[in-house]
Design a protein around this ligand. Structure first.
Ligand SMILES: Nc1ncnc2c1ncn2[C@@H]1O[C@H](COP(=O)(O)OP(=O)(O)O)[C@@H](O)[C@H]1O
Ligand SMILES: [Mg+2]
Length: 165
């Protein structure tokens, strides 16, 4: 992936993660074309990838239980803003599933795509607009790097800065 822009952040606690997701949701609501982005979440087990997606889905208005897609690989949400598809490729090991389950079509269509363990679907996943790298520090805070690979990813980063204050 080519790198167009990066940002480094610190999330001292989960409330900071939640605040980031709330700001991102406001950015998506203000600029609906950003709802077509593909965002990859990188980080080891327990880094907070699923929590991050849950906070974002809540901020976008999802009520009720938010399942982790670890078994089904994908969970989809139809929201007023558009479709959100949450992937967890941890158990993804059959390339035929990429076609058969319709994942190729989903990545080609409008809608927000959020992918955990994208490295497990390498070679099939199209280049993401934004990567979020989450790393747990010794004090349980999270060091975070945002990496934009496309103009859409850059717009996401810039939107965040516009809505943070
Ligand atoms: N700053 C933080 N951001 C996100 N999660 C955090 C944070 N601090 C602690 N946590 C906790 O870390 C755990 C992350 O788990 P999870 O989201 O399932 O990780 P992953 O999907 O990366 O394996 C959750 O129990 C969450 O409450
Ligand atoms: Mg997870």
């Amino acid at each position: 992936m080519r790198i167009l822009e990066t940002r480094s952040l610190q999330w001292p606690d989960e409330a900071a993660t939640q605040a980031f997701c709330a700001a991102l949701a406001r950015g998506l609501q203000a600029h609906p074309h950003l709802m077509n982005a593909s965002i990859e979440l990188h980080g080891s087990l327990g880094a907070g990838k699923t929590s991050w997606v849950r906070h974002l889905l809540r901020a976008l208005g999802v009520e009720g239980r938010i399942k982790s897609p670890s078994y089904a690989v994908m969970e989809s949400y139809e929201l007023p803003l558009g479709v959100v598809s949450h992937f967890d490729f941890y158990r993804f090991d059959d390339p035929r599933e990429w076609e058969d389950a319709g994942f190729r079509d989903i990545f080609a269509a409008p809608g927000l795509k959020l992918s955990e363990w994208p490295e497990k679907a390498e070679g099939m996943l199209p280049a993401p607009d934004l990567q979020i790298w989450i790393e747990t520090q010794a004090d349980e805070s999270r060091s975070v790097k945002l990496v934009a690979g496309t103009a859409l990813g850059q717009a996401l980063i810039q939107t965040l800065e516009g809505v943070r204050s």
